[in-house]
Design a protein around this ligand. Structure first.
Ligand SMILES: O=P(O)(O)OC[C@@H](O)[C@H]1O[C@@H](OP(=O)(O)O)[C@@H](O)[C@@H](O)[C@@H]1O
Ligand SMILES: [Mg+2]
Ligand SMILES: [Zn+2]
Length: 175
């Protein structure tokens, strides 16, 4: 299957150092909704793996997170596309969970959901932890320059990282 996995904040929607704490703060990056819709219409399964430590930190309830993901699904559906499995890590950095990136637990959960092999699968992110999670399971690290991407790039990225300006450019490369 044609499986593509996306980080959320900084890839699909704008990110903020103050976290994305409400539906109103969840604003798609221009071109990202269209990119996901075009990819899914071209036969790609587009899954999402996102750290959401704001839940553990008490910044927003699970209900708000679910509302953001419902909005994402709604916007992509309006463009005739579909969003696949969305996995999130609600834990804080000190909880020692297996799902918080750079650990690959969420990528493994998505692979399990689709009974898919992760080797070579593109995982598109904006942070170093995204790239490291990809490498941990033999997936292809892909960096976009949106969100924290420029900052991540300036600090150096793994040698085989693919680099694109944004999610729309990733979609153009795949379709
Ligand atoms: O990029 P994804 O994984 O979709 O989500 C990242 C968010 O959960 C937040 O992750 C936080 O990192 P800490 O969780 O505080 O280390 C910060 O980087 C915030 O700016 C960011 O909004
Ligand atoms: Mg991100
Ligand atoms: Zn977790």
């Amino acid at each position: 299957m044609k499986l593509l996995i996306l980080d959320r904040d900084g890839v699909i929607n704008f990110d903020s150092d103050a976290y994305i704490k409400s539906l109103q703060e969840w604003i798609p990056i221009p071109g990202s909704i269209e990119a996901i819709a075009q990819l899914s219409k071209a036969g790609w399964t587009v899954a999402v793996a996102t750290n959401q430590s704001g839940i553990a930190r008490g910044y927003y309830p699970l209900q708000t997170l679910e509302a953001m993901h419902a909005r994402l699904r709604e916007l992509v559906a309006e463009q005739g596309g579909e969003v696949g499995h969305i996995v999130y890590c609600p834990h804080g950095p000190d909880e020692g969970c297996d799902c918080r990136k750079p650990k690959p637990g969420m990528l493994r959960a998505i692979a399990e959901h689709y009974q898919a092999d992760l080797s070579g699968i593109w995982f598109v992110g904006d942070s170093k932890g995204d790239l490291e999670a990809a490498l941990a399971v033999g997936a292809q690290p892909v960096l976009v320059k949106t969100g924290k991407g420029e900052k991540t790039l300036s600090k150096g990225v793994p040698q085989n990282t693919l680099i694109f300006d944004d999610l729309a450019a990733v979609a153009r490369a795949l379709i």
